[in-house]
Design a protein around this ligand. Structure first.
Ligand SMILES: Nc1nc2c(c(=O)[nH]1)N[C@H]1C(S)=C(S)[C@@H](COP(=O)(O)OP(=O)(O)OC[C@H]3O[C@@H](n4cnc5c(=O)[nH]c(N)nc54)[C@H](O)[C@@H]3O)O[C@H]1N2
Ligand SMILES: Nc1nc2c(c(=O)[nH]1)N[C@H]1C(S)=C(S)[C@@H](COP(=O)(O)OP(=O)(O)OC[C@H]3O[C@@H](n4cnc5c(=O)[nH]c(N)nc54)[C@H](O)[C@@H]3O)O[C@H]1N2
Ligand SMILES: [Mo]
Length: 826
């Protein structure tokens, strides 16, 4: 088994069809939606939030709506015009004033990133400086000094993939330092291969059809599908929310919401269809341990399943009963930690045991210190229940994401442009040393900047950080996504040069030296499939309007630079935009033909301006995850060392980590309600918003629907608000030892007492360049702690923070998050 996992999720999803394509009738059943095409003015495109029908008149975008059937109520689909015509679009290349002034002394940065004016320049001037600096840095320090890991959600499309294109160019120019893992499942995707032999978080789920037929209890465990399935890594197929609607209409299936908040999903189901078990954040492991204690005590554990399909149960049992630590994990033990009464915990044990139960878990639960333990514990609990591999039973770790559980269609598969062209890297050091050696765990970026050469542990290895002299970010926004932004900001002053490609003046762009204006996906041609698991549609992403200002496609920016480095032939493979798209489509068409699915020729497909739906696969409709393993564990072993589910891992035992023991364990996080000091008595959660994809769209008119006092809303419980004299609509300051942000109070019973919520993705808006600058917009990551989940995964801990809140008595400072920076003339 390999010990490092690169972010293969989005690629493998397309190829990892577990359901064989049986040759049936040669059906071309592509259904065509978007009847809105009437006057030739409605153009089909797509975004992460689904296929879109956009009305364009006189060269201007008028309106946008979904182009396929979905639940409706996906606000992200309505603001295409607002994305293109926006006051924070970057319309020209820009260079930071202090950087330009300091060009002769570039190895000594001036420390003013993020608090400086910019100078508009021509593309040629920007390219000249980039070429010169890139050549100098390769020559002086080598490829290990250039961080181009550039994590982020960019835009949808198989060709215009922002950071992939940057990496494609850099691989040809001389190499770069990449990243390992992602922010979504940083902990789970490293622990689960030890437990199940797969990433598990990016796998197709037991079909929703089966769940609706067979499950009697559905548990939404820190899982907010109504929000989170508005999007997909490709484009949302909209299916999960349609299945949620069916679930709502089935009163015979009991639904539980185990969450510190009454989520939008719970709200959609309604109080009569969904029971809320309000829990304290970071307490899921104690809750499950207590359920296990109750099951085992009552002899309700499935000994046969445990024996046949798992290893390590004895160690788990001993731990649950406190044989070594003298601490039996009883419901009474767990009650004060979780905030769930012991009697309720017993009831859950009974309910899960007596009914076919599907535990659908989200991922916020593992974006925490010791986050590895949570999904491991869910697997452990489900193994004890013995329903894994049965129709409608066990666990599902991706029902909330990219419409997992929507059955996989028979389809051709669109390939993507890759970051390693055939001729990449010949003669450079990165190939010899192996790409992964030159990568850092994605959420350790600030740590790497602060500790060049520093040693760290990762999944059984000892590694060293590179010395980063240059950063190039393209298609991501670390000044929202990373934790403890004040710490990032301090480390960010160290490199000699920072380049950012962005359509908008995000905080990341404002913290760059050179800013290259990128187009949005609506200003270029592309293709996408929908539903990372379902492969449901193939969608033309047609250019709606010309690029705004001098904005260029990332593809063309890196092509221009590739010319300067003499590698343009390898970069472009001699293809134009439309030739690339045709080649991708043709490949998909060929793979479809092998399955006897007749897709139209590319030209016809493109000109038709329609969304194509792939045919259903009756076998996939009945897919049950782990059914084959359950059927025959010898013939279908798991990819773990034992071939079984590892409740105890000898591989992890051999790492001797005290922050990740060899079986799922309760390891209290550094910060949570259980150890919160009196000065910061509240725990902060940072869920994903219904109105945004992360920080994307915070700058649009959607903000008017949720902003309070012109800031990000802070959910606070009535008693916590009353104790602080806070009313709904008040401007409040949320703070801890790491930082401070302004927010607008929303008093709500939807959040458990002692917990407050700031949704992730508010644009960071520091009042000044000081080390503890007040964020005027309410970015939660000013407050979250920046440390690895453990030495095993080094995942991010965005959900680990304790804070306090007070009414803000000063004059309300003017918001500048959505204002371009000052311009300087030279
Ligand atoms: N506290 C806390 N922190 C979190 C989380 C949390 O739950 N809590 N969640 C984490 C998770 S799961 C994730 S995935 C990350 C997300 O973090 P990111 O993926 O960094 O967030 P986005 O806002 O999607 O950033 C994408 C950026 O790419 C830009 N962009 C879009 N299209 C293009 C393009 O074509 N070219 C270029 N050059 N740029 C483009 C957008 O304008 C935007 O600024 O955040 C993580 N951070
Ligand atoms: N609309 C929209 N959809 C999205 C995204 C977006 O930004 N906007 N982001 C996409 C991405 S990249 C990802 S990774 C996924 C994220 O999917 P998730 O990581 O699952 O989403 P979160 O909103 O972080 O967390 C889900 C729920 O977990 C709860 N929770 C937090 N901490 C705990 C805890 O300790 N215990 C329990 N039991 N519950 C807890 C939160 O209150 C929240 O309701 O969503 C994807 N979908
Ligand atoms: Mo994510």
């Amino acid at each position: 088994m390999t010990t490092t996992y690169r972010t293969s999720r989005r690629n493998f999803l397309k190829t990892g069809a577990t359901i064989g394509g049986v040759l049936v009738a040669p059906a071309f059943s592509a259904r065509v939606f978007a009847e809105t095409v009437k006057d030739g003015q409605t153009i089909i495109t797509a975004a992460h939030w689904g296929p879109l029908a956009v009305v364009v008149k006189d060269g201007k975008i008028q309106s946008s709506a979904p182009a396929i059937e979905d639940l409706g109520d996906n606000p992200l689909q309505t603001v295409v015009a607002d994305q293109v015509y926006n006051k924070v679009r970057i319309t020209q290349p820009m260079i930071r004033k202090g950087f330009l002034d300091n060009l002769d002394n570039i190895t000594q940065p001036d420390g003013k990133r993020g608090d400086d004016a910019f100078v508009p320049v021509s593309w040629e001037r920007a390219y000249d400086i980039i070429e010169q600096q890139l050549r100098r840095i390769y020559a002086s320090y080598g490829s290990q000094s250039i961080f181009a890991g550039s994590y982020g959600w960019r835009s949808a499309g198989v060709l215009h993939k922002a950071y992939t294109l940057m990496q494609r160019f850099l691989n040809l120019a001389g190499g770069y330092v990449g990243h390992l893992g992602d922010y979504s499942t940083g902990a789970a995707q490293v622990i689960l291969p030890h437990v199940l032999g797969t990433l598990e978080v990016y796998e197709q789920q037991t079909s929703w059809e089966v769940v609706l037929d067979e499950s009697k209890v559905v548990v939404l465990w820190g899982m907010n599908l109504y929000n989170s399935s508005q999007i997909a890594w490709s484009a949302s197929d909209g299916q999960a929310r349609l299945y949620l609607k069916k679930l709502k209409e089935r009163p015979d299936i009991k639904v539980l919401n185990i969450d510190p908040t009454w989520t939008e999903t719970a709200d959609f189901l309604g109080k009569d269809r969904c029971e809320w078990i309000p829990t304290n954040p970071s307490s899921d492991v104690p809750l499950m341990l207590a359920i296990c204690h109750e099951l085992i005590r009552q002899n309700r554990h499935d000994t046969e399943f445990l024996k046949k399909y798992t290893v390590g149960y004895d160690a788990v049992r001993a731990y649950v009963f406190g044989d070594k630590d003298g601490m039996p994990k009883t419901p009474e033990w767990a009650a004060p930690i979780t905030g769930v009464p012991a009697e309720k915990i017993r009831e859950l044990a009974r309910l899960f045991h007596e009914n076919r139960t599907m535990i659908m878990a989200g991922w916020g639960i593992q974006r925490q210190h010791h986050g590895e333990q949570v999904h491991w514990m869910i697997v452990t609990l489900c193994a004890i229940l013995g329903q894994i591999g049965l129709p409608g039973g066990g666990f599902g770790f991706s029902y909330h994401y990219s419409n997992g559980g929507a059955p996989t269609r028979r389809s051709g598969i669109l390939p993507n442009i890759g970051n390693t062209p055939a001729q990449a890297g010949s003669g450079t050091d990165w190939l010899e040393s192996g790409a992964s050696k030159l990568a850092i765990p994605v959420a350790r970026i600030a740590d790497a900047l602060h500790n060049p050469g520093g040693e760290y542990a990762y999944n059984g290895q000892t590694r060293n950080y590179p010395h980063i002299r240059m950063i190039w970010w393209c298609g991501g926004n670390p000044y929202h996504h990373h934790q403890d932004l004040n710490r990032l900001r301090a480390g960010w002053q160290k490199p000699e040069i920072i380049i950012v490609n962005e359509p908008y003046w995000t905080a990341t762009a404002k913290h760059a030296d050179i800013v290259l204006p990128a187009t949005t996906s609506y200003e270029r041609n592309d293709l996408t499939m929908t539903g990372d698991y379902s492969n449901m549609h193939i969608v033309p992403m047609k250019k709606l309007v010309e690029p705004q200002g001098e904005a260029k496609n990332d593809y063309d920016i890196f092509h221009d630079l590739a010319k300067r480095f003499g590698v343009d032939a390898a970069y472009s493979e001699g293809k134009t935009e439309m030739q690339w798209l045709k080649s991708f489509y043709d490949e998909a068409q060929q793979s479809a033909r092998q399955q006897r699915i007749a897709m139209p020729l590319f030209q016809q497909f493109w000109e038709e301006n329609k969304v194509y739906e792939n045919p259903r696969d009756p076998k996939a409709d009945r897919y049950v995850r782990y059914a084959d393993y359950r059927e025959d564990p010898i013939l279908n072993p798991l990819g773990t060392p034992s071939g079984k589910i590892e409740l105890y891992s000898k591989t992890i035992e051999a790492m001797h980590y005290d922050d990740c023991l060899p079986h799922a364990s309760w390891l209290p996080p550094v910060e949570y309600l259980g150890n919160a000091p009196a000065e910061y008595p509240l725990q902060l959660v940072t869920p994903h918003s219904h109105y945004r994809l992360h920080s994307q769209l915070n700058q649009t008119s959607l903000r008017e629907q949720y902003a309070v006092a012109d800031r990000e809303p802070l959910w606070i419980h009535p008693e916590d608000a009353a104790a602080r004299g806070i009313q709904t609509g008040d401007l409040v300051r949320v703070y801890n030892g790491r930082g401070q942000v302004l927010a607008g109070a929303v008093i709500s019973e939807r959040i458990k007492k002692n917990i407050v919520a700031l949704h992730e993705g508010a644009w960071y808006d520091p009042a000044d360049g000081s080390p503890n600058a007040l964020c005027k917009n309410g970015c939660g990551n000013v407050l979250a702690i920046d440390r690895g989940t453990s030495r095993l995964a080094q995942g991010n801990t965005g959900y680990t923070a304790v804070v306090n809140v007070e009414k803000y008595m000063g004059d309300a400072p003017t918001l500048t998050a959505f204002t371009p920076p000052k311009m300087a003339e030279i």
